[in-house]
Design a protein around this ligand. Structure first.
Ligand code: SF4
Length: 229
């Protein structure tokens, strides 16, 4: 892909000549003002479609290449990291902020993770999920790294991915408080960067063996963790 199109976060469409653009909407939480603005821009640039994406964004589809700069100027929103080798998305469920089943605050923790990691360049694409309870509405089960809320704290899951060679994530640690969960996620991401893995995290965990990966991560983690049970 051409570098300038990557910088413009322009996703080539099936017709091979138009693009989709996706403003970043952390946690998929928006407002009437933002929706009105996006709708007005979609109309102005004759978007062929407005698509709600699986990464909790709104894609404006069918934009001409020579209008990409202008549409981003009008949108005046951060660009969604929908393409490239980076942390693509942090999918966040409503958790204890809105959901009656929530056991942990997925919105607060998820938004902090989004602020820190969304768009971070990595050796390969990488997805995250934060779910407030075991129902896992953010599909942490198929994310490279993510959290699932339980009554005793967070379960930190690693190594999931969808697509070809789909894998379910496995539990790296449990009963974590917010700070422990964030620190351990950071450690996993630093491990991925340091080892320069060209592929999904789960592929390398499978190659190493989950127990060996777990041992390596937990033995090199300098933060505090709850005692293993
Ligand atoms: S994962 Fe649980 S807390 Fe989050 S939206 Fe689903 S049911 Fe609600």
């Amino acid at each position: 892909m051409k570098k300038d199109l990557l910088e413009k976060a322009a996703i080539l469409q099936r017709d091979k000549e138009s693009y989709a653009v996706t403003p970043h909407i952390p946690a998929g939480l928006t407002s009437p003002e933002q929706l009105r603005k996006i709708a007005a821009v979609a109309e102005k640039f004759n978007a062929q479609a407005i698509k709600l994406t699986s990464a909790q964004r709104i894609a404006l589809v069918g934009i001409k290449e020579d209008e990409l700069d202008a549409i981003w100027d009008d949108l005046d929103e951060p660009k969604g990291a929908a393409i490239g080798m980076c942390i693509r998305s942090i999918k966040i469920c409503p958790g204890t902020t809105f959901c009656k089943r929530g056991q942990q605050d997925s919105v607060a923790v998820g938004l902090e993770l989004d602020k820190r990691y969304h768009g971070m360049q990595l050796p390969w694409k990488f997805k995250m999920g934060v779910s407030g309870c075991a129902n896992d509405c953010s599909e942490t089960c198929i994310k490279d790294v993510g959290l699932i809320g339980t009554p005793k704290g967070w379960k930190l899951m690693v190594g999931g991915n969808g697509g070809a060679g789909a894998r379910l994530s496995q539990t790296l640690a449990k009963d974590l408080n917010d700070d422990q969960a964030k620190a351990l996620i950071d450690h996993v991401i630093q491990w991925f960067v340091k080892n320069d893995k060209k592929g999904r995290l789960g592929k390398f965990i499978a190659k190493m063996g989950f127990e060996e990966f777990k041992q390596e991560i937990l033995s090199t983690f300098e933060g505090e963790l709850p005692p293993a049970k």
